[in-house]
Design a protein around this ligand. Structure first.
Ligand code: C2E
Ligand code: MG
Ligand code: MG
Length: 256
């Protein structure tokens, strides 16, 4: 893309983000997480979408980094949380045993009033609903985590929320720091799933399965697009999966 087009696109994204903040409206799509081999639904991940407008279609892969860069991510995620508080009881009424995944930017988690916001938000929920929540944080950013943020995540875990290391293996996985990071679940980046037919990739996934078993960490593979990939993941012992093969992200109505 030319420099000029890039600047235009960024400006366009900024307009869209500001419109979300002005209207306090964001759309959420929920994507299923499934247990193999029964294909039972075990969770839904909330993925945010900017409502249609003059800016055209913009994907989270485009607007989340811009929101982080220009300092709007906290305001955007507060709108996501507001919507999830409304959706949560409805989803759990239809599927009482599932978990609900919410993506959280480390910038938001690191912001000074995150604790007061999130504990206030959790206070409005029932204990049993709190214990169904998964907070997903991208692994690359996990490495930048400050001690105070580790403590704040520990507090959330004590309240019953699970902390998920998202996109594991995609960034600069610091295996040497893994034991110092507070998390309950590893979400294996889609690149592993999509190259699982390579014997070395399959061996790496097998090793991660063994590691997570030993430490009682849950493991979910992302980006499962084919039956063959699902089968290979099952064969190496990865039983939790998410991806287009099972379900695309869908509006809440699809799940009720
Ligand atoms: P993520 O949390 O890793 O979410 C999974 C992404 O992979 C989603 O993209 C999903 O639509 C896509 N995906 C699911 N199944 C497949 C598949 O089988 N194949 C392929 N190729 N892709 C699949 P999406 O919705 O575009 O979101 C992209 C990223 O944006 C998310 O990655 C997450 O990091 C971020 N994001 C989305 N919503 C939020 C949010 O509310 N807050 C924050 N901080 N980040 C968000
Ligand atoms: Mg995620
Ligand atoms: Mg991911």
């Amino acid at each position: 893309m030319k420099h000029e087009d890039k600047a235009n696109q960024k400006h366009n994204i900024e307009l869209a983000l500001l419109s979300v903040i002005n209207t306090q409206k964001i759309d959420l799509a929920y994507q299923g997480q499934y247990q193999l081999p029964t294909n039972q639904l075990v969770g839904l991940e909330a993925l945010c979408r900017i409502p249609p407008g003059p800016w055209g279609g913009i994907s989270p892969e485009q607007f989340i980094p811009v929101a982080e860069e220009i300092g709007l991510i906290t305001r955007i995620e507060r709108i996501v949380f507001k919507q999830i508080a409304l959706d949560l009881p409805r989803l759990l009424q239809s599927h009482p045993h599932i978990r609900i995944g919410i993506n959280l930017s480390i910038r938001h988690v690191s912001s000074p009033d995150f604790s007061s916001f999130i504990h206030g938000w959790l206070d409005a929920l029932s204990e049993s609903d709190i214990s169904r929540l998964d907070f997903e944080i991208t692994e690359t950013y996990f490495q930048l985590i400050a001690p105070a943020v580790i403590e704040s995540l520990q507090k959330l875990r004590q309240r019953g929320v699970r902390v998920v290391m998202d996109d594991f293996g995609s960034g600069q996985s610091s295996l040497s720091r893994l034991h110092t990071l507070p998390f309950d679940v590893i979400k294996l980046d889609k690149q592993f799933t999509q190259q699982i037919d390579h014997s070395m990739v399959s061996a790496i996934v097998k090793a991660i399965v063994a590691l997570t078993k030993e430490f009682e960490i849950a493991l979910i593979a992302e980006g499962v697009e084919t039956a063959v990939q699902a089968q290979s993941l099952q064969e190496v012992g990865c039983r939790l999966v998410q991806g287009y093969f099972f379900s695309k992200p869908q509006p809440i109505a699809h799940w009720l």
